[in-house]
Design a protein around this ligand. Structure first.
Ligand code: ATP
Ligand code: MG
Length: 397
């Protein structure tokens, strides 16, 4: 058993000792069977939250209305969720309230895909009523029960299906894929934040090409923010070597191909955080410059290493090339820059005021831009006395 499971065993054992059932469920069991890395474990139990709180001294109500509490144990935290059924779905979204139940089978039955509906007890015994292991063996994503019903109940599953394709490289079972085509429009009922979170995982997946192709074929993309009627963009993305791109690179590619005058509006539609919007806007800007010229030292300095590498990788991708060699090249050039930020300049504005006897003003900003360029092009060294002499000469009438 994996370390994550072992550290959670005392939780399972304590619940069992109190007379209830407890199992590992969901992504951790799936990834364990697949031999993939596990990042957390989810525990499902027949005990209700009230009963759990009697068993454990330290708990936090993280999602008690859905039956989830966090158990704190030996400096670690574990999410424990009461078996539940989700009988009533409103507006094709997961229900606000749930019913706690005592049956593991029913709890597994409400889960999205057979590979996600496998449970494992504290001794490593598997409970797999929907043949999730067979699906895993066949690299197949298949809904638990009727695909039509399951997507109609909760349309977020449309996105989850294709993001799992991207992360695992699996194919969709025929009925499941047909149901995605049929119910793609139900995505409209899902909050953009949730679509965006799945999209982020999709674009970070190793098999994003496969997933985006399904989004194209099933027309699911028609219901993505900003991609309605943009089939040509998706087709173009799929014609490029996007394997080498990470999630951020992929967004930059989409933004670039969209040719929008208002990229910020577009990113707001996807509910990006301000920091991400700022980064991508800067990268877009640098990309437009890179398209016209090779990187000058000043361009590299202004862009910064992260943006420059992102932009260069994208530029190479747009030309159908691998970005790896160029990336190494850029890193080497960065390492040779005398300064990589204004803070590295050994003098301050106060020094300039003292040397020149002038009072501050907009000229100072311009002077520093000149100074940066002079240092970057190695016209002068980043050394106090040399800079002082250079400034005095510059400012001579
Ligand atoms: P990841 O490795 O990305 O965390 P995961 O399968 O664990 O994948 P979670 O969102 O953490 O995904 O959900 C945990 C489990 O809860 C899933 O494996 C699945 O059994 C169930 N689940 C999550 N979302 C849904 C949903 N929308 N409909 C039905 N079951 C769901
Ligand atoms: Mg999970």
């Amino acid at each position: 058993m994996n370390d994550f499971f072992i550290s959670a065993l005392p939780i399972i054992k304590s619940i069992e000792k109190a007379g209830f059932e407890a199992y590992f469920v969901g992504g951790s069991v799936r990834d364990y069977i697949l031999g993939r890395d596990i990042h957390d474990v989810d525990i499902a139990t027949s005990a209700t939250p009230v009963e759990l709180k009697k068993i454990f001294a330290h708990t936090v109500d993280v999602g008690i209305e859905h039956g989830t509490i966090m158990v704190l144990y030996k400096n670690q935290s574990f999410e424990v969720t009461t078996y539940r059924s989700e009988s009533e779905y409103k507006d094709h979204r997961r229900p606000e309230s749930v019913t706690f139940i005592r049956s593991l089978y029913e709890d597994l039955q409400r889960r999205d895909f057979t590979m996600n509906a496998i449970a494992m007890d504290g001794n490593g015994n598997i409970v797999d009523p929907f043949h999730g292991r067979l699906a895993l063996k066949a690299n197949m994503i298949k809904t638990v029960g009727e695909a039509d019903d399951r997507f109609r109940e909760d349309a977020l599953r449309l996105m989850r299906a294709i993001r799992f394709v991207s992360q695992l490289g699996f194919h969709l079972d025929n009925e499941t894929e047909a149901a995605i085509s049929k119910h793609a429009n139900l995505l409209e009922y899902i909050a953009v934040e949730r679509i965006s979170a799945e999209m982020q995982k999709l674009l970070g997946g190793k098999y994003k090409e496969k997933a985006l192709l399904i989004a194209l074929n099933t027309k699911l993309y028609q219901f993505f923010p900003s991609l309605c009627n943009q089939e040509h963009i998706l087709s173009e993305v799929l014609s490029l070597p996007i394997n080498q791109l990470n999630e951020t690179d992929m967004w930059l590619l989409f933004l670039y191909l969209t040719e929008s005058d208002e990229p910020t509006d577009l990113m707001k539609k996807w509910k990006f955080p301000a920091k991400k919007i700022q980064f991508l806007n800067r990268a877009l800007n640098e990309l437009s410059i890179r398209k016209c010229q090779e990187w000058s030292v000043y361009d590299l300095y202004r862009a910064g290493e992260h943006i420059a590498i992102t932009v260069e990788k994208l530029y190479q991708t747009l030309n159908g090339k691998s970005g790896e060699y160029v990336e190494q090249n850029l890193v080497a050039r960065f390492n040779e820059l005398p300064i990589t930020s204004r803070e590295h300049i050994v003098i301050s504005g106060n020094d300039v005021l003292e040397w020149t006897g002038k009072s501050g003003g907009p000229w100072m900003k311009e002077l520093f831009i000149h100074l940066e360029k002079a240092i970057l092009t190695k016209e002068i060294a980043n050394e106090k006395e040399e800079i002082r002499r250079w400034i005095i000469t510059c400012l001579l009438p």
